[in-house]
Design a protein around this ligand. Structure first.
Ligand SMILES: Cc1ncc(C[n+]2csc(CCOP(=O)(O)OP(=O)(O)O)c2C)c(N)n1
Ligand SMILES: [Mg+2]
Length: 326
């Protein structure tokens, strides 16, 4: 795998770090709002998965397209969004990205190439394959990234779309954020392959497995290799990034299927702390600089919450708006 990350500037390193902090604090704060009954609809946190998500999405161009899934807050932050409008959306407010109609699983930002999250597991497979075909036919040099979890790779559409992407040689990256569970179902109990990238061989596409998906620079390097392939006409790539969610599947999951020890072991592999160590050891940033970014991120999330709280709820008639193109 190429060492693409060695060319990152200090500014880029700090931008990635900031996105990880924003993603972490967005979900931490959101979990508190959920407990207070302020979140309408279901929401899924990606605390613990920040390196996997930010390392994979940060290297994309603004014009590249991303299809996210139900656990999409970190990916959305990295692809670019107004955070206050994202928070307002999740709180059901009129100032939200979708006027408060969609909630956590329907944030998007077309101008940033974020084609939206999706509550249907595997729902992004067909959409992203179609979008990648469109990019190829229109001869843009944009690529498409289809984000999914490990569980989504057992959907029939995953296999159909890998096959189609392969025969059409599409500029498409299937990105699997493997947190080792689909709700309470452990990967080892629902598939015989040890690495999901083994499945790439069946469709003769390249598979790139990142064993330490909590190392943001390892994820960044893997994704850059995939991006280079997809953008230069070498066809689709399946990227698998190993990580772990610290919280339950959704806001209403007590997590009885995992041991406390397992969760604690993974918390020791905190991706944000790991990146801070790299940045300070390589003298890219000081602890004080990183602390300042953390404080700024926390403040940004607090401001977004204030904005969302002070916004009015959506009115019923908006349900009938934007259903048809003018
Ligand atoms: C087609 C479909 N089947 C089932 C569900 C219920 N469901 C929501 S998330 C989920 C698990 C998905 O697991 P994975 O793809 O590994 O993503 P993770 O939640 O671990 O990030 C399931 C079964 C759904 N939303 N859509
Ligand atoms: Mg999973």
């Amino acid at each position: 795998m190429g060492n693409y990350s060695k060319n990152l500037t200090k500014e880029q390193h700090l931008e990635m770090y900031e996105q990880m902090e924003l993603a972490r604090h967005f979900d931490l704060q959101l979990s508190k709002l959920f407990a207070r009954g302020l979140v309408h609809g279901m929401t899924h946190y990606s605390v613990g998965e920040e390196a996997a998500n930010i390392g994979a999405i940060y290297p994309l161009r603004k014009t590249d397209l991303m299809y996210s899934n139900h656990r999409g807050h970190a990916q959305t932050i990295s692809k670019g969004i107004e955070i206050d409008r994202m928070m307002a959306e999740i709180l059901g407010k009129a100032t939200g990205q979708c006027k408060g109609r969609g909630g956590s699983m329907h944030v998007y930002s077309i101008e940033n190439g974020n084609m939206g999250c999706n509550g249907i597991v595997g729902g992004g497979h067909g959409l992203s394959t179609g979008a990648a075909l469109a990019q190829k036919m229109k001869k843009t040099d944009n690529i498409v990234v289809c984000c999914m979890g490990d569980g989504a790779t057992n959907e029939g559409s995953f296999h159909e779309c890998l096959n189609m992407a392969s025969i059409w040689n599409l500029p498409l990256i299937f990105l699997v954020i493997n947190n080792q569970y689909g709700i309470s179902m452990a990967q080892k109990d629902c598939m015989k392959v040890e690495k999901i990238t083994e499945r790439a061989a069946a469709y003769r596409i390249k598979g790139i497995h990142v064993e330490d998906g909590n190392d943001v620079l390892a994820v960044y390097d893997a994704m850059n290799e995939a991006i280079e392939d997809a953008r230069t006409g070498k066809g689709p790539v399946l990227v698998e990034v190993m990580t772990y969610r610290w919280f339950g599947h959704s806001a209403s999951d007590p997590g009885a299927y995992r041991t406390r020890e397992e969760v604690e072991e993974w918390k020791k592999k905190d991706p944000i702390e790991a990146y801070r160590k790299v940045l300070t050891k390589k003298k890219i940033a000081t602890v004080a600089e990183l602390d300042a970014i953390r404080e700024k991120s926390i403040k940004e999330i607090e401001d977004a919450i204030e904005f969302a709280k002070n916004s009015p709820f959506s009115e019923t008639h908006v349900a009938f708006e934007d259903n048809y193109a003018d």
